[in-house]
Design a protein around this ligand. Structure first.
Ligand code: PMV
Length: 320
């Protein structure tokens, strides 16, 4: 007998520019990291329930009912109801290469991969907007009231322009561009960093509002450069974004050191990415320099590096 198998995956994401200022109404851009992925596999088993394996966290459970209040349990229920199919009896295995807690969207990528594999089982192709809306439901269990940027950028697998309180807007750069991501290995709580910025803003509102506005202007310039095929112009804008984040107090000696190492190795520009104090840095590079910049980041203490190319409309990038 042929055992039916379906596979799906979803990319990680990183904030390219605009973090923190986005909390105060400025735009931010997030991009997919297509080479770092979460994967979901469904294998038919002839039973009427779904056995869910999460080997990365050592969990196995059966759905229905699944563990109460587990984001994936809720996600499976919502997705099957949306697809209008009965429980597909089988083994659902979910694995991820995306580091957890580093601002790379690991939970949203897992959710998107699960929605996609269930849609494949149902032979029901879903649009990115439908996948994103379903994944957002799981994100609300994981994160309370998330902005929606992670599920959007991951479901569309395209850069997303994000302004708080408005729907995230996917857009397409004119040309592809290559990023090297370096993980500092230092964990920092986004909540704590966001709170520290809030307290600093309350003490010095004018200074901080000037920083937020300056970052907002850079984000507009970066989108403009990306949409008009001026990738090289983005490098100095990322450098300036990092300088402003330092002034805001969210960098650290470890992150500054990684950013400097990337620049010395020939990056076009580099900055911390995400909340700061720890987590990741990103460097914009010429594709030919990517390996050298990644090596420089590891020499400077990065615990992991990823190289990824964000696709552009001109189609010059590597195929996915
Ligand atoms: O590190 P991430 O990708 O979770 O991003 C945090 C971004 C902040 O602007 C610092 C916070 C936020 O909610 O936008």
């Amino acid at each position: 007998m042929n055992t039916q198998t379906y596979k799906a995956s979803a990319a990680a994401k990183v904030i390219l520019c605009g973090e923190h200022a986005v909390v105060y109404g400025q735009p931010a851009i997030a991009v997919p990291l297509s080479d770092v992925r979460a994967r979901a596999t469904w294998v038919q088993s002839g039973t009427s329930s779904l056995r869910v394996h999460l080997p990365d966290v050592g969990e196995t459970w059966d759905w229905p009912p699944g563990p109460r209040d587990h984001p994936l349990s809720l996600l499976i229920r919502e997705t099957l109801a949306y697809l209008e199919i009965p429980t597909p009896g089988g083994e659902l295995t979910v694995r991820s290469d995306i580091p957890v807690g580093g601002g790379l969207g690991s939970s949203a990528a897992i959710a998107v991969a699960v929605v996609r594999v269930l849609a494949a089982v149902a032979h029901r192709p879903l649009s990115p907007a439908e996948v994103s809306a379903l994944a957002y439901k799981a994100e609300t269990i994981w994160h309370g009231t998330p902005s929606g940027i992670d599920n959007t950028v991951i479901a569309y697998e395209r850069p997303v322009w994000f302004v708080r309180g408005t729907p995230p807007e996917p857009f397409t750069p004119h040309d592809p561009f290559t990023l090297v991501v370096g993980d500092s290995g230092v964990s920092a709580s986004t909540r704590d960093v966001v709170l520290a910025v809030r307290q600093a803003w309350q003490k010095a509102p004018h200074r901080y509002e000037r920083l937020f506005q300056a970052i907002g202007q850079l984000v507009h310039q970066i989108r403009d450069a990306l949409e008009h095929g001026r990738v090289k112009d983005v490098g100095p804008l990322l450098d300036e974004n990092h300088r402003l984040l330092r002034e805001m107090g969210v960098s650290s000696p470890v992150l500054d050191n990684l950013v400097d190492a990337a620049r010395r190795a020939g990056a076009l520009g580099a900055k911390l990415a995400g909340a700061g104090w720890g987590g990741n840095v990103i460097a914009l590079v010429e594709e030919a320099d990517a390996a050298r910049v990644a090596e420089a980041l590891r020499q400077a203490g990065a615990v992991h590096t990823f190289v990824t190319t964000v696709q552009g409309a001109s189609g010059n990038g590597r195929p996915k």
